[in-house]
Design a protein around this ligand. Structure first.
Ligand code: AMP
Ligand code: MG
Length: 341
């Protein structure tokens, strides 16, 4: 059931907090993507997150807090972690720190660390405060499908079985940056809106785990990195290179698909839209700023599936700013099916 919380805000938050207190799950808005929220201290509630998402047990959940005090109860914040919290919380940064043992290990997939984040979203913060407990919340989608950026996306994956707090479209649209603060030199495990440059400007040296090649072997830096993610049902290809070559390549591949009876869709940049004529197309954003593309990409992938497209061609965005995270996600969504021209 979707509940629009933009009116009667406090009543709806109180009701949702009661569900959390009783061990239930709630679809929770955040500035990144919608989360599937449960009391992080309640092992059974946490188990039900894994179950209804179909999430592998070795993929830990992020724990959402309403401030630095709650964070300190759950994890040991180093000096650098405190600097990052002061700079980027509330905001799209998850810090992996040593667990104090307060959160059950099922949340952390058996690790001795915990991923902590203070979201920059009034509804999420009010819900945590009202429930009086930290909230474990992965993205509120079935495992493997694109993350939800609207309440309707959450409802589509979990039907009527779930109460979803609707606070509108997510402002950022991509999952948080995840950084491992337990290393001498912190490592970005998953890129996001808080970039490597932004972090380096605060704490100096910071590494980034490989964001653009598939994980091989069996011990990834972050457990979630080994799973296929964010993927539409359609067969997706990322095309990158000089803009003129990209549009030419996509037109060629698109027309070949049409002859084979496929139903292709171009996910194009605003600047290139006019080159595609009457071909089926949706605009992701602008080449100058990837934040629109970040905000739109998951909704576009979901819509492509709903409308029965069998092929998707995605025009690459520059890998700078949030474009770095956008490309990390679309590579995964396309199962590393990349055409360089
Ligand atoms: P999701 O909740 O779907 O956005 O996924 C959360 C991601 O955060 C996981 O896939 C992990 O990569 C990362 N994460 C959360 N907690 C930890 C942790 N304790 N250690 C390493 N990675 C973590
Ligand atoms: Mg997820």
């Amino acid at each position: 059931m979707i509940i629009d919380i933009r009116d009667e805000y406090h009543n709806h938050i109180e009701e949702a907090a009661k569900i959390i207190e009783k061990g239930g799950l709630v679809g929770m808005p955040t500035e990144t993507v919608y989360g599937l929220a449960a009391n992080a201290f309640d092992e059974q509630a946490v188990a039900s997150i894994f179950e209804i998402k179909g999430r592998p047990q070795d993929n830990p959940l992020i724990v959402h807090v309403d401030g630095i005090l709650m964070a300190r109860e759950l994890g040991e914040l180093s000096e650098k972690a405190q600097v990052l919290a002061a700079e980027f919380w509330p905001g799209p940064l998850t810090m992996v720190v040593k667990s104090t043992g307060r959160v059950p290990v099922s949340v952390n997939a058996g690790l001795d660390t915990v991923g902590l984040r203070m979201p920059d979203c009034d509804a999420a913060l009010s819900l945590i405060t009202a429930a009086g407990v930290p909230i474990a919340a992965p993205s509120a989608n079935k495992s493997g499908s694109p993350s939800p950026t609207t309440a309707a996306h959450v409802a589509a994956d979990f039907e009527d079985s779930l109460t979803v707090l609707d606070a509108g479209e997510c402002r950022i649209g991509l999952e948080s940056t995840v950084i491992d603060m337990t290393r001498e030199v912190p490592v970005i495990l998953r890129p996001g809106a808080v970039t490597q440059e932004m972090i380096a400007a605060c704490i100096g040296e910071v590494d980034c785990a490989n964001a653009f090649t598939p994980f091989e072997g069996d011990k990834p830096a972050a457990p979630g990195m080994k799973y296929r993610h964010y993927a539409p049902k359609a067969d997706m290809t990322v095309v990158e290179g000089q803009p003129a070559s990209v549009t030419e390549a996509i037109k060629y591949l698109y027309d070949k698909d049409l002859k084979k009876g496929e139903k292709p869709l171009v996910l194009a940049l605003q600047e290139n839209k006019r080159y595609y004529g009457r071909r089926d197309l949706a605009v992701t954003g602008s080449i100058r700023d990837a934040s629109e593309t970040a905000k739109n990409i998951y909704a576009l992938l979901r819509r492509a599936d709903e409308e029965g497209y069998s092929k998707i061609y995605f025009e690459a965005v520059p890998k700078c700013g949030i474009g770095f995270a956008v490309m990390n996600r679309v590579y995964k969504a396309a199962a590393y099916n990349i055409v360089k021209v």
